[in-house]
Design a protein around this ligand. Structure first.
Ligand SMILES: Nc1nc2c(c(=O)[nH]1)N[C@H]1C(S)=C(S)[C@@H](COP(=O)(O)OP(=O)(O)OC[C@H]3O[C@@H](n4cnc5c(N)ncnc54)[C@H](O)[C@@H]3O)O[C@H]1N2
Ligand code: MOO
Length: 583
């Protein structure tokens, strides 16, 4: 669907979307096979076998050596290619000037393009430029200029973004099913492990829908002969079965009360007239048999399936469960997650100083995971300490361990070496997505927890959360995969040449004009669309903090006025439309 009046461009865009869909369909079976293979690979190894599969980033030599003993054929083949210069030179740890720590030197060698202030030039023309200023260009490090030896090839090894998500989802779904019984007052936010089947008819008896009179046969109706057992007040809710009502009689009845046998209809109090002197009730409107009577079983019969397994317990589900007779629900336990924040440079309070920066991920990851339905322990800050990391990984009894930072190839990036050392199985080692490409998914040995390694750059970590952690947790929690949806994008978004981009966006409804449409009415009044946000560089949180979704931008980008797939942020549906101020 296009909302631009520019016919040739609209036709191009429609063709491009169609082609993309065709390609996606053709790729789907292929991806499915790849996912199966990867899962089988990890599942099939005994815990004694080396299972560390495919490291792909440029690495320090010591790390390469550490991994050499556990390389898979895939890794060996891929790494020898040296094809990609996209990430440019690998860090040369010897290159640091005296007095500069290896970590500092390696950080510098990547270039600091994403730290530019608004207005500073960024190298967008290169096509692989970072675009990490306030624009919406492709946001990744090009690593283009240091003149050191090229990084070892990575392209072709990173898992495609969709495949990575599918793999994570299936890994989660494949975990051994567990259930727990929770009382209704503690089940909110959990997921039904079993279909919710009605334990009763609803309503469980024929019920008056209104306050008024219940009558039998044609009117007028005699009042006062029977009181239905309710005395002067008539038949009230919560009383047991009233006496049958003879033809020609009427009785006062309250909303929710049981309908007596032989009754024809309920007449609302405002639609009836009582002749007190004669003790007769007259209808002021035509009476239709059955009116204002809710028949037993109208909503469901006992045994009917009300909701499928996998449904999230919302306040409304709690209400329905109670109505249907439940005191407890059988749910899938929330996946338990340990969060390990790596990095010696992180401060937990105050202003950055002396090269130290605030930990932006510790405060963010836990609440984000909780919004995804996980039970999360307080973040543990381990610094850059390989032993502490190994200990934390091998002693965790969580379902999932999330690490932040340390996924790349710097001298103190310990995630890969430690995983190799403990014999973890890597399911995903790098994803063809920007930002966040060094993210990884592993299974710790001997049926231990899954591990999602989030890159340290904060928006890259968000990308990893949504690419790997979200589908994995969804699977572990027994929730069905989310249906993807597409929305018109207001502005053109540049694509990465090969990889998917995730770009913060905000939903809007209204008269925003689609840039690129000559008539300016590409996204017209009342049309939902998304606006890409600036400040979307890998190290930036300013864009995502104003966003309610991430646009999935395919290689090549999306034009203004065309549709783009959206990943909702987990709290977005609870928010009113946000007016981002960074667009
Ligand atoms: N030779 C290469 N170097 C790098 C590559 C590459 O492909 N080849 N990829 C770059 C990309 S892209 C990313 S993303 C980062 C990922 O690095 P790590 O996961 O190892 O993360 P760190 O080096 O520990 O940190 C990166 C960056 O983020 C800051 N950081 C870390 N943790 C936090 C936190 N909790 N709160 C705020 N900021 C944090 C850290 O100080 C660094 O500035 O690797 C590139 N390198
Ligand atoms: O560009 Mo990295 O991918 O910052 O995540």
């Amino acid at each position: 669907m296009t909302r631009t009046a520019d016919a040739p461009r609209a036709a191009d865009a429609a063709r491009a979307v169609e082609q993309a869909h065709t390609a996606e369909a053709a790729d789907a079976a292929e991806e499915e096979r790849a996912v199966d293979q990867a899962l089988a690979l990890v599942a099939g190894h005994s815990s004694h076998e080396p299972r560390f599969v495919a490291q792909s980033q440029s690495q320090s030599q010591s790390q390469s050596q550490a991994r050499a003993s556990v390389q898979s054929p895939r890794q060996t083949a891929g790494q020898s290619s040296g094809r990609s210069t996209e990430h440019g030179p690998g860090p040369s740890f010897a290159a640091g000037s005296p007095g500069v720590s290896p970590r500092q030197s390696s950080d510098r060698s990547f270039g600091q393009s994403d730290d530019r202030r608004p207005g500073q030039s960024s190298d967008r023309k290169s096509g692989t430029g970072s675009g990490n200023g306030p624009g919406t260009g492709s946001g990744h490090d090009s690593g283009r200029s240091s003149g050191q030896a090229p990084a070892r090839g990575r392209r072709g090894q990173a898992t495609a973004w969709r495949e990575a998500r599918a793999l994570a989802a299936r890994a989660g779904r494949g975990a051994a099913p567990r259930t727990e019984r929770l009382s209704l007052d503690s089940a909110l936010g959990h997921v039904l492990a079993e279909p919710l089947a009605a334990l009763t008819d609803l309503p469980s008896f024929d019920t008056s829908a209104m306050d008024g009179w219940v009558v039998a046969g044609p009117g007028p109706w005699a009042l006062g002969r029977s009181d239905g057992g309710g005395g002067e007040l008539g038949i009230l809710a919560g009383h047991s079965a009233p006496a049958p009502l003879p033809d020609g009689e009427g009785v006062r009845i309250a909303t929710g009360a049981r309908i007596p046998a032989n009754a024809t209809a309920v007449i609302r109090s405002e639609h009836a007239h009582v002749d007190e002197a004669r003790g007769l009730l007259y209808a002021q409107r035509q009476v239709v048999p059955g009116q204002d009577i809710r028949p037993r079983g109208q909503e469901c019969r006992s045994g009917d399936q009300l909701l499928p397994a996998g449904t999230m317990v919302t306040p409304a589900v709690l209400g329905l469960s109670a109505a249907a007779g439940y005191d407890e629900l059988v749910t899938v336990p929330r996946p338990r997650v340990d969060v390990l924040v790596l990095g010696d440079e992180l401060l937990t309070a105050g202003l950055p100083h002396d090269g130290l920066i605030r930990d932006a991920l510790g405060p963010m990851i836990g609440p984000w995971l909780r919004a995804l339905g996980a039970e999360v322990s307080a973040p543990r800050r381990l610094g850059d300490d390989a032993e502490a990391l190994q200990h934390a990984l091998t002693t965790s009894d969580a379902d999932l361990v999330i690490t932040t930072g340390g996924t790349a190839a710097g001298p103190v990036d310990h995630v890969h070496p430690v995983l190799a050392k403990i014999g973890a199985g890597l399911l995903v080692d790098g994803v063809a997505v920007r930002p966040g490409h060094p993210m990884l998914l592993a299974r710790l040995p001997s049926g231990g927890p899954y591990l999602v390694g989030l890159p340290g750059n904060p928006l890259a970590a968000v990308s990893g959360l949504l690419t790997l952690a979200e589908p994995l947790l969804r699977g572990l929690a027994g929730r069905a995969p989310e249906e993807p949806y597409r929305v018109v994008v207001r502005d053109e978004v540049h694509g990465h040449p090969h990889d998917t981009r995730l770009v913060p966006v905000v939903h809007r409804v209204g008269s925003a004009k689609a840039a690129g449409s000559p008539t300016g009415n590409g996204a017209g009044a009342g049309v939902e669309h998304v606006v890409p946000l600036h400040y979307n560089g890998p190290a930036m949180l300013r864009g995502i903090a104003a966003a309610d979704g991430l646009a999935v931008v395919p290689p090549g980008g999306v034009r203004s006025g065309t549709e783009v797939e959206i990943l909702d942020l987990p709290w977005a549906s609870a928010m009113p439309w946000t007016e981002g101020c960074f667009t």
